[in-house]
Write a protein that binds this ligand. Structure first.
Ligand SMILES: [Zn+2]
Length: 390
């Protein structure tokens, strides 16, 4: 799949407007909104006090804090793990965070997704937007760039380019392999992080130095298909995984590479079982880092309609800017419809079509849609054609 010619996110992804919100108060003479301009040079007194306990730590000190402030990190997925990673790094003063998430806040998220509140769920706010607002409330010196988008081979270059580090807050191996291919191809570090049930897993990937995800898991591991939907999840497992990964992120950003863990670590907070798999060196025959065959980055075989793991189907086959007001007028006779700047939600009114009664459509401004209440792609496609257009 071709990478879009345009690097203008606002063209390719309409929801990308308003990037780098929560811009730090710029010191006189520095360009406002400059993502890298927050940071070390910022003399704001509250900032000095804010990080006073962290700079006392021998691994950080003032020099490390300055490096954190000028660092750029992309966080892919802002559910439970992504929320915890975002919160830890933003509070630690990592200066520039791009938060990429395709989903919206729901009540069932609040048990473990620490950046969100009941009002976010009531509004069905996109997680990237809600997360950015929350960060601004507790650390206005951090620049956040919320991207309401599904990371795909087509937009990976645009969304992930130019960062010092990529963090995994996703819930699926498809996206993790895509991140791995991008990171290996571009020689950027990333950190794999996962939590399900009572189980936390994480591994640092330093392309050219350590094993990559494909070295360890050449194919999607069959024994790990359990998800939060089927196995539930403890918020403590999430926070453990995120704490370890965020600490490794701090080491990478301050340059303490000698302290990095070079294993795939797993820890079960319920059984207290702990295991580590050596990931110290790339595997020469690895498809990604050995043969440099970036099949996931090329997008081979990726469908335009995907299950998103919670009795839902996502349709993201094309970008078609949608006029929410016009669509709300059109759908109002058919059921309950409401929208804000970020999402339109539609529930079909009870009718003879009983099978549709519990299906809810959530539509994003770029035309992407999530149908909740079905796992049948064909049904989702036909409803999309009916409600939005074919
Ligand atoms: Zn590899």
């Amino acid at each position: 799949m071709d990478v879009p010619d345009s690097t203008d996110l606002s063209q390719e992804f309409p929801v990308a407007r308003g990037k780098w919100t929560a811009t730090p108060p710029a010191p006189a003479g520095s360009p406002a909104g400059s993502p890298a301009g927050s940071s070390a040079a910022s003399p704001a007194a509250p900032t000095d006090d804010r990080y006073s306990r962290q700079v006392l730590f021998a691994g950080i000190r003032i020099a490390g804090q300055a490096r954190l402030a000028s660092s750029r990190v992309a966080i892919v997925g802002c559910g439970a793990t992504g929320s915890a990673l975002t919160q830890l790094l933003a509070r630690a003063g990592v200066g520039n965070l791009r938060i990429i998430d395709r989903d919206y806040v729901e009540p069932s998220n609040l048990q473990r997704q620490a950046l969100f509140e009941e009002s976010d769920a009531a509004e069905s706010l996109p997680k990237a937007i809600a997360a950015s607002r929350r960060v601004a409330a507790f650390n206005s010196t951090v620049s956040t760039d919320p991207q309401v988008a599904d990371l795909t081979p087509a937009n990976a270059q645009v969304l992930l380019d130019g960062f010092d580090l990529i963090l995994d807050g996703t819930d699926n191996f498809e996206t993790r392999y895509l991140i791995n291919d991008f990171a290996v191809a571009n020689a950027k570090p990333w950190i794999y992080t996962a939590a399900v049930g009572s189980y936390a897993l994480t591994m640092n990937v330093l392309p050219g130095e350590t094993a990559c995800l494909s070295c360890i898991f050449p194919d999607q591991p069959g024994g790990m298909v359990e998800t939060c939907e089927t196995s539930g999840i403890l918020n403590t497992a999430v926070n453990l995984a995120a704490s370890i990964a965020a600490t490794e992120a701090l080491k990478i950003l301050v340059g303490a590479t000698g302290q990095l863990r070079r294993t795939l670590l797993s820890f079960d907070v319920w059984s207290n079982e702990r295991a580590e798999v050596n990931a110290d060196a790339p595997r020469p025959e690895c498809r990604a880092c050995g043969e440099r065959d970036f099949v996931h980055l090329r997008g081979k075989g990726r469908p335009h309609i995907t299950l998103c793991g919670r009795n839902s189907v996502q349709i993201h086959e094309r970008h078609r800017p949608v006029d929410f007001s016009e669509l709300e007028r059109r759908l109002a006779p058919l059921g309950t419809v409401r929208h804000n700047d970020y999402v339109l939600k539609f529930n079909l009114r009870t009718s003879s079509q009983v099978e549709h009664n519990t299906i809810e459509m959530t539509l994003f401004p770029d035309g992407r849609a999530i149908f909740k209440g079905t796992t049948e792609p064909a049904l989702a496609r036909s409803l999309y054609a009916r409600f939005v257009g074919s």
